[in-house]
Write a protein that binds this ligand. Structure first.
Ligand SMILES: CC(=O)SCCNC(=O)CCNC(=O)[C@H](O)C(C)(C)COP(=O)(O)OP(=O)(O)OC[C@H]1O[C@@H](n2cnc3c(N)ncnc32)[C@H](O)[C@@H]1OP(=O)(O)O
Ligand SMILES: CCCC(=O)O
Length: 458
């Protein structure tokens, strides 16, 4: 916790800290029925305040609580305390596996967003946030609380917030960057929390299919590239393949900072020799194993900045040879990419995917890769092609056909740019699973986009 002796040179700061210090139970008394509450972002979601608010369940009605991703293994305490969602309405602008589970149960609602727009959305479009809560690291001698490994849209949330409560967690690393802290003068209440560990997000090991997908990407990456890697086993495996390759002199400009970057840095692959923020590893939030949080703690190479900067097309594109690698769920024969739903069932938000697809293409020599295994094995054992003639009813187009660049499966990488609808369908069928190719050709013929019987044209 904050060392008040260290603050003795600034007794005003110490006095302000003491004045604002309350217990979690006292702090949540500020929440009223009908309020909109923000619980914080990513690894900065409040835990003690959540427990305290849960104790008030019966007294409160219709409280809206927002998050981006619920990153912990157990559902929020307020939802445990309110199994029928009579008192709290829970909303997410992206959704994790657990948010998804709550969504299926009708207990968590999705707000569709372009992640880049989130700060403005909170600041200007939603109305007041009655109470904004967030975890922070202990106050420094200048009166600042560092946000830990996330900033993303905090500036927009604070612009809309009527009250701000910080929950201090000694395990929050102090992360370098801009708009990465809040000053005590902006804070209404300080709660010293129980110092829980940050979420330990270990990517699943890459499957054989994902390893093949990674291989098709890595053979296209040049030394001197700037990398954006998305979430999951495959992007992390791309990192390990690069470590073992002769690709060098890489830079990091990414939405999410993950373990792969720590490994690449340790292998001496990161020089940061890019056009923007030279020498810095740029990101807007980090999630991974404890190694990620330890790496970023007081690391001057880290540069965390708001999402409207990090995901801005112009900023991404200013870096030459930008390489963006993300996953998707399905691609149709026009090259339209669904990364968000299984039909009507919501899986996850679009996040920054479209920004990086478009920003990477705009960069000199830039490339974006949207990846999916060619098939999915369903619970009943049936095999389903993820290259489909048309996206099923209810699907969401996350990257439109006009934006998609490389689509990658274990059977290869298909470049959509500048290709006619006929060429696209041929290329996509050529990277579909062989068991589904004939059926896809028949469908493409019926749809009037297949004008040639040859399966492979390149
Ligand atoms: C954080 C960053 O990535 S920054 C980069 C920019 N942002 C993005 O790319 C955001 C969009 N992308 C994403 O959200 C993810 O990459 C996804 C959802 C497309 C893929 O995520 P992955 O974890 O690789 O995919 P995975 O195959 O494990 O599927 C995720 C879930 O959807 C479910 N799912 C996938 N396809 C289907 C389907 N056809 N039917 C039913 N469920 C499905 C899976 O079962 C899994 O559910 P679970 O976690 O509850 O078990
Ligand atoms: C919250 C956004 C994360 C993503 O882009 O996937």
């Amino acid at each position: 916790m904050v060392n008040l002796k260290q603050l003795c040179k600034n007794s005003e700061l110490a006095a302000e800290y003491k004045k604002k210090l309350v217990t979690a139970d006292e702090a949540v008394k500020v929440v009223k029925s009908g309020d909109r509450v923000h619980y914080g972002l990513f690894c900065g979601i409040v835990r003690d305040l959540d427990q305290a608010l849960a104790k008030r369940t019966e007294e409160l009605q219709n409280v809206l609580v927002c998050d981006t991703i619920w990153a912990y293994d157990e559902i929020p305490a307020i939802l445990k305390a309110d199994p029928d969602s009579k008192h709290f309405k829970y909303l997410s602008t992206h959704m994790s596996g657990l948010d998804r589970k709550m969504n299926k149960e009708g207990r968590c609602w999705f707000i569709p967003v372009q992640f880049r727009e989130n700060p403005k959305l909170w600041a200007e479009n939603v109305g007041d946030i009655d109470v904004a809560m967030l975890q922070v690291s202990p106050m420094d001698r200048f009166g600042h609380f560092n946000f830990g490994p996330q900033t993303a849209e905090y500036w927009g949330i604070f612009a809309a917030a009527k009250k701000i409560i910080v929950e201090v967690n000694e395990n929050q690393p102090v992360v370098h960057g801009v708009q990465n802290s809040i000053h005590i003068s902006q804070v209404d209440m300080i709660v010293e929390g129980s110092n829980g560990k940050l979420p330990n997000l270990i990517a699943k090991p890459a499957s054989e299919t994902e390893k093949k997908i990674a291989g098709h990407i890595v053979e296209r990456i040049r030394s001197g590239s700037t990398l954006q890697l998305g979430i999951g086993g495959m992007p992390n495996y791309v990192g390990s393949m690069i470590s073992e390759s002769d690709i060098n002199d890489l830079s990091v400009h990414t939405e999410m900072f993950v373990d792969a970057y720590v490994n690449l840095y340790n292998e001496g692959k990161i020089t940061g020799n890019k056009n923007t923020n030279k020498g810095k590893m740029v990101f807007t939030f980090a999630m991974g194993s404890q190694a990620v949080y330890d790496f970023l703690d007081d690391n001057p190479m880290g540069y965390m900045a708001p999402v409207d900067y990090v995901n801005a097309l112009e900023v991404i594109a200013a870096n030459d040879n930008f390489v963006s690698i993300n996953s998707c769920l399905q691609v149709d024969l026009f090259g339209q990419v669904n990364s968000e739903s299984a039909g009507l069932q919501h899986i996850g938000g679009t996040g920054g995917q479209l920004d990086f697809v478009m920003g990477a293409f705009k960069s000199n020599g830039g490339q974006s890769f949207l990846c999916t295994p060619s098939v999915r094995i369903n619970k009943d054992g049936s095999k389903e092609s993820l290259i489909v003639p048309r996206l099923p009813e209810g699907s969401i187009v996350s990257a439109p056909r006009s934006a998609s660049h490389y689509i990658v499966t274990e059977f290869g990488a298909a470049n959509m740019k500048g290709k006619s609808t006929w060429e696209r369908s041929e290329l996509l069928i050529s990277i579909a699973h062989p068991e589904f190719q004939d059926e896809l050709i028949k469908e493409a013929e019926k749809m009037g986009i297949w004008k040639n019987s040859s399966k492979i044209c390149y």
